[in-house]
Write a protein that binds this ligand. Structure first.
Ligand SMILES: C[S@@+](CC[C@H](N)C(=O)[O-])C[C@H]1O[C@@H](n2cnc3c(N)ncnc32)[C@H](O)[C@@H]1O
Length: 845
């Protein structure tokens, strides 16, 4: 009979860890009996149960007791060398070795079937059936970038009580040993705990070796009351089964000494109550936790150089001494129970006299204040606990995303070392991001930043620090007669406002953040570092709303079979079949697969806008504007610029919402910010990330008014000495054919509008262009006004549009143009004759 391949494999596995076949055989036989031939249990975790049982037996032999300790597999089962499979059915109900994994926990029961997988992919760990009364998390794997080190480390439940002068029931103290050491080189006390290749419980792999300083080493544990309830991180004298997170210097197998300062431990319960501060109940709970008596919160666990362990309350002024190395190191430990522990070793306090350990509450408050000041994080809900919680959650996400890396890589690389806590929470970014660099005053340099997901208040500071070239690139220096200098001065003068706001002011500034009220897919914050002015009141609407009489009917019957691609599926842009929607216009699809307007189409639109020679106009015989003015004088039509348009797939098309021919209808995608301009233009809109040429930024959304309604509204407003914000006629298709009043439409964003209402004017070389887009209806009198970039726009650059205003036209009440463009059409600026006129129909051409 050929040898059972499973048996052969078991032998091999044991051999790999230095256990020969004769030693393995009897134990394996006994295990098979015990597990009723359930090979899965034996094979689990690289034959961990088998290895465990063998060590158990060796331990027993060393101690001469004849039976394994702690309910082990027992000894004395004879190895008769026969076929294992024929020997099943033995009656000795010895406890399975899995139970040993939790040895030391009073009243604990376990069973072979109680296997659980660690959430770290590929790192299965055994856990007992009942977890309630136990350490919630007895397997901590420190994530280390140092792969080799971690590979060579395995941790053991610490059984060296005698060496340590400690009671042996402190069985969860940790010991770090080199995994590469053969088991024989371990003492029997330790070998019994060498359970296969994977770390055992509790597990605590240390990141890297550090030289031991010639002084006492101290591990400090901030003990959270919540944690205490779960028995983790309690001072040793308070708990028999303490999980001590300190590695002793005198341990024979390592000089890896770490002192960890666990800032926060988030067992699931604590995570659950950590909500945003608006949730008063959660806040209350958290506050209650944080306001526990300091002595309860703060405890320190010391390991001194002489190998003695003691616990101390650091609040009494005794100074822990931390190992040398970098000023602060961040370590993250994870557990099979889904817990993440964060350790911060603060080495820089070494040798500092009169150190007083802060309470956890003090520390969190101080870090929060620092964050608010240094990084201008304006979110009133911001809290360090939240950041830490986010860190834990991100960690869990990354660690459990098996698609990202191989197991080892994810184990090792998910934890950035060092400065993690120094980074502002608001940092992040989309696409390629080169991180902005912090300056000593806490502001941020924006140079060479492609993508800046900027903490709102720091953005202006970034702009203030632009070099001349950068400023030029952003349009501050390209104007006439020293205007660039003036603009730069203006920019410079803004710098003083930086860092002057208190955290409370920052918080209150933030109270109205995200101007979209979550109506858009992205948040759009606002910022004013120039004045105390707040954003004007208006109702944010991401889509156009009919005010009253406008005739905007979206009916399916309007969309004929010949102008919709009902047979398309998925993405029309990548379809091999010709899509009807691409035939509807002269230019085929206007978008590239990247969702950008095609270069030639865009260039055409731009030149038709900028080059008067290429412009053509339509003239109405009975112009709705002249009609609607209602001043009794019916002037001839002034002409309406003919424009190219984009037709997107619409409701009757069969394609996906993510079809490449549906860009504008999917809404704003880029990170934008409304900010107060330093040049005196009032509010403006800018991008917080680099935008490619032809990118859709936003559409102009507002109320759809008939032209008649618009003029009535305008009159009404001017009676109250107010003006409308920025009306835009939808006149691209007005022509000689007579339009009814309810068809001659325009958009007004004064009361209801979107972010486009903050886009300022720039003469000629604006970085945005408006292109009419048909989305719901082929009716020419209604369409969307979408804004696309005319070129690449760098992060923090203001987004501008050429309104088409003729500043020398006395019939138009135009603002004094401060666009800074060298092509500025407002001659009043250069000759000093600044004429302040009421702004009216700037969009009307
Ligand atoms: C569509 S709104 C833009 C947002 C506006 N800045 C605000 O604070 O609400 C148009 C108004 O902004 C101002 N504005 C826009 N571009 C300007 C420019 N280049 N120079 C001066 N003021 C400008 C004018 O008051 C104009 O009437």
């Amino acid at each position: 009979m050929p040898p059972n391949p499973r048996i052969v494999k078991a032998f091999k596995a044991m051999k790999a860890i230095g256990i020969d076949e004769p030693t393995t055989k009897p134990v394996l036989k006994r295990l098979l009996k015990l597990y009723d031939k359930n090979w899965e249990l034996i094979e689990a975790e690289d034959y961990r149960a088998l290895a465990d049982a063998i060590f158990e037996e060796q331990d027993a032999q060393v101690s001469g007791s004849g039976s394994g300790s702690g309910g082990g597999t027992g000894a004395g089962v004879s190895d008769n060398g026969g076929s294992f499979m024929s020997e099943v059915g033995a009656t000795d109900e010895t406890e399975p070795p899995f139970k040993r994994l939790r040895k030391g926990h009073a009243g604990e029961t376990s069973s072979p079937s109680a296997n659980c997988n660690s959430w770290l992919p590929g790192v299965p760990l055994i856990k007992p059936k009942e977890e309630k009364e136990e350490l919630p998390c007895t397997n901590y794997t420190l994530q280390s970038p140092d792969k080799r080190r971690l590979e060579s480390l395995v941790t053991l439940p610490h059984n060296h009580a005698s060496n340590m002068g400690k009671q042996p029931n402190h069985s969860h103290e940790l010991l770090v040993v080199d995994k590469n050491l053969p088991p024989e080189s371990l003492s029997p006390q330790n070998r019994h705990a060498y359970k296969g290749k994977e770390p055992l419980v509790p597990q605590f792999a240390v990141k890297e070796k550090r030289p031991m300083p010639g002084r006492a080493s101290t591990g400090v544990v901030f003990k959270d009351p919540v944690v205490e309830s779960r028995n983790a991180l309690v001072p040793k004298e308070n708990a028999n089964d303490t999980l001590a997170l300190v590695v002793h210097k005198d341990e024979p197998f390592t000089d890896n000494m770490h002192q960890y300062l666990p800032l926060a431990v988030f067992p699931p319960g604590l995570l659950a109550i950590e909500g945003p501060s608006t949730d008063s109940e959660s806040m209350g709970k958290r506050d209650a936790l944080l306001s526990s008596s300091p002595s309860h919160i703060l405890a320190a666990e010391y390991k001194s150089d002489n190998g003695h362990s003691s616990s101390q309350n650091v609040a009494n002024g005794e100074v822990p001494i931390i190992l040398e190395g970098s000023a602060a190191n961040l370590e993250i430990a994870t557990s099979t129970m889904g817990e993440v522990k964060i350790y911060l070793s603060c080495n820089s306090i070494i040798g500092k006299p009169n150190c007083h350990m802060p309470t956890q509450e003090e520390l969190l408050k101080s870090v929060e204040e620092k964050c608010l000041r240094s990084y201008k994080i304006l979110d009133p809900n911001f809290s360090v606990m939240k950041v830490l919680k986010d860190m834990c959650e991100c960690f869990l996400e990354l660690a459990t995303d098996s698609s990202r890396h191989s197991q080892e890589e994810s184990l090792l690389n998910v934890t950035p070392r060092g400065n993690l806590l120094k980074k502002p929470a608001a940092y992040g970014g989309v696409g390629n991001s080169s991180p902005a660099t912090n300056t000593s005053n806490g502001s941020v340099h924006a140079s060479h930043v492609d993508v800046v997901a900027v903490p709102e208040a720091s953005v202006l500071s970034q702009q203030n620090m632009l070099s001349g070239n950068e400023a030029a690139a952003r349009g501050c220096s390209e104007n006439k007669e020293g205007q660039g200098l003036r603009d730069l001065e203006l920019c410079d003068s803004v710098a003083i406002s930086e860092c002057q706001l208190t955290p409370d002011e920052f918080r209150s500034l933030h109270c109205m953040n995200d101007i979209t009220k979550a109506e858009e897919a992205v948040e759009i914050p606002w910022l004013n570092e120039i004045t105390k002015e707040c954003l004007p009141r208006f109702n944010y609407t991401p889509r156009n709303l009919v005010f009253q009489n406008a005739r905007v009917k979206f009916t399916l019957s309007q969309i004929k079979a010949e102008n919709c691609c009902s047979r398309c599926v998925g993405d029309c842009l990548s379809s091999s079949k010709t899509c009807i929607c691409s035939l509807g216009t002269m230019h085929g699809f206007a978008y590239t697969r990247d969702g950008l307007v095609k270069e030639d189409f865009l260039e055409d639109c731009i030149s038709m806008n900028r080059d008067t020679k290429r412009q053509s106009h339509s003239f109405c015989s009975d112009c709705p504007i002249q009609r609607a003015k209602g001043d009794g004088i019916l002037e001839p039509c002034q002409g309406h610029l003919n424009r190219k348009y984009i037709k997107e797939c619409w409701i009757k098309c069969g394609c996906h919402k993510l079809c490449g021919n549906r860009v504008v209808q999917r809404g704003i995608r880029y990170k934008l910010q409304v900010f107060f301009t330093p040049e005196g233009k009032g509010w403006g809109l800018r991008t917080l990330e680099k935008l490619p040429k032809g990118a859709f930024v936003c559409e102009y959304a507002g109320e759809i008014l008939t032209t008649k309604e618009f003029f009535e509204r305008k009159m009404e407003m001017s009676r109250d000495n107010k003006k409308l914000v920025c009306p835009a006629p939808l006149d691209a298709y007005w022509s000689s054919k007579s339009l009814k009043d309810e068809e001659a439409l325009c958009l007004d964003a004064t009361f209801h509008g979107n972010v486009a209402r903050f886009i300022n004017h720039r003469c000629h070389d604006a970085n945005l262009i408006e292109i009419p887009v048909k989305i719901e209806t082929p009716d020419d009198h209604y369409y969307h006004l979408a804004f696309f970039t005319t070129r690449e726009v760098i992060a923090l650059e203001e987004l501008t549009l050429d309104y088409g205003t003729e500043f020398d036209d006395d019939t138009v009440d135009a603002f004094k143009c401060l666009c800074c463009s060298k092509f500025c059409r407002d001659m009043r600026r250069s000759n000093g004759k600044y004429v302040l006129k009421l702004h009216t129909l700037v969009f009307l051409r």
